[in-house]
Design a protein around this ligand. Structure first.
Ligand code: NAG
Ligand code: NAG
Length: 375
């Protein structure tokens, strides 16, 4: 109830702010019309000009903010909308989750799962001219049903795929200290601290024997001890923070994806990186991972002819701290950014809408693109 009230208060405040912004814009445009008229008159009097092009200067165009409508709160979980300037230094972005604003907004951001399962409908057609619809999805293709219904509907894609119109992965590295709200500075451990008390951790919430990762685990645990956390194992409080705290005690972390697809590298990997454990990855190819982090920053299950050979390698590293250090030295001088769902996503989308304001584009073959493995 309290959070609902807070939501209502925020909405009212946002509406007020929006009204102010609109009034300001109106004042500005009438002011510039008067100025324009005055100058035109002046020009016509003083000079002979066959043609006059009156255009708003670029800077004035940049001052114009855009409004993004969040069509559904993903998976039905209400979250306060962020202030994009305060949190991400993204200027000129207004966010709203009020559907009544639909006919006035520059773009609508639509979370795939909510429309695919029927929890929500697409916005009504005809859509306002120049409005962009953004398709947002962070599930892998295997867990993204009903794509076929949405061909030729969207204008921009927002996902973890590097070839999305708006690309925002689950995590990424930046050199130095990142200014972002969601960044975390990394350090290489000193020689004395490279060894950690425990060997291998795995966190899994959705245990299903049909998954490649579960079969892999069954075999690996024959050779090395693995502490399993989550639904099927040791208890774990929810949230990245608590995962990172637990994983910080371990040397290795099994960052096994639930399905294998291009660029589908989730918070499992980035939590391990943030926690300073060496990730053992099962997901897309090594080549694909290397687009996101240095080759020695992870151990890929495909690097070994057998599960047993992987286990031997992990045990060997444990006995050779200098070899282990090689997998951790790269960290010095990097920050990891783990974009907060969905605040960071909305602000990234809003920035992209501002940049592409005068362009028209349509996502014609959503399903084919999302399943494609090219690149
Ligand atoms: C859990 O795993 C099963 C089997 O792979 C899958 O069908 C289901 O969608 C998964 N659930 C979630 C929430 O990911
Ligand atoms: C957005 O996509 C729709 C549907 O295909 C299309 O009619 C419209 O022209 C596009 N608008 C922009 C601004 O790209």
């Amino acid at each position: 109830m309290q959070s609902y009230l807070r939501g209502a208060q925020h909405r009212a405040l946002r509406q007020l702010l929006r009204r102010c912004a609109r009034a300001q814009r109106r004042a500005c445009s009438s002011l510039s019309a008067i100025t324009a008229g005055f100058f035109l008159l002046l020009c016509a009097c003083v000079l002979y000009l066959p043609e006059i092009h009156w255009e708003l200067p670029d800077s004035a165009d940049e001052l114009r903010s855009v409004t993004l409508l969040v069509w559904t709160h993903p998976f039905g979980h209400y979250r306060r909308l962020p202030d994009c300037w305060e949190q991400y230094q993204v200027e000129g972005c207004l966010l709203t989750d009020e559907p009544l604003e639909y006919s006035h907004v520059d773009a609508v951001i639509i979370h795939h799962r909510d429309i695919a399962t029927g929890a929500a409908e697409l916005p009504p057609e005809p859509r306002p001219r120049a409005q962009k619809w953004i398709w947002m999805n962070y599930e892998s293709p295997a867990h993204t049903p009903g794509l076929w219904q949405f061909e030729h509907k969207f204008n921009l894609t927002l996902s973890y795929r590097a070839d999305s119109d708006i690309f925002l992965p689950y995590g990424y590295l930046v050199p130095g200290i990142a200014r972002s709200h969601d960044a975390h500075l990394l350090h290489a451990p000193s020689r004395a601290r490279v060894l950690r008390p425990r060997l291998v951790a795995w966190v899994i919430s959705n245990w299903s024997d049909s998954q490649a990762r579960v079969a892999f685990y069954h075999e690996l645990q024959r050779y090395v001890h693995i502490d399993v956390y989550g639904q099927a194992g040791l208890p774990l409080a929810s949230g990245s923070e608590s995962v990172i705290r637990v994983v910080s005690r371990y040397q290795f972390y099994l960052a096994f994806e639930n399905s294998q697809h291009r660029d589908y590298i989730t918070e499992k990997l980035w939590n391990a990186v943030a926690a300073g454990a060496v990730p053992v990855v099962l997901g897309p190819t090594r080549h694909n991972y290397e687009r996101f982090l240095p080759p020695e920053a992870f151990i890929h299950v495909d690097d070994f002819p057998s599960v047993r050979a992987l286990a031997r390698y992990l045990l060997m590293l444990r006995r050779n701290p200098s070899r282990l250090q090689h997998h951790l030295d790269w960290r010095e001088g990097y920050s990891v950014v783990q974009p907060t769902f969905w605040a960071h996503h909305y602000c990234a989308a809003c920035r992209a809408v501002r940049k592409s304001r005068d362009t028209t584009q349509v996502v014609h073959s959503l399903e084919h693109w999302f399943w494609s493995d090219r690149g």
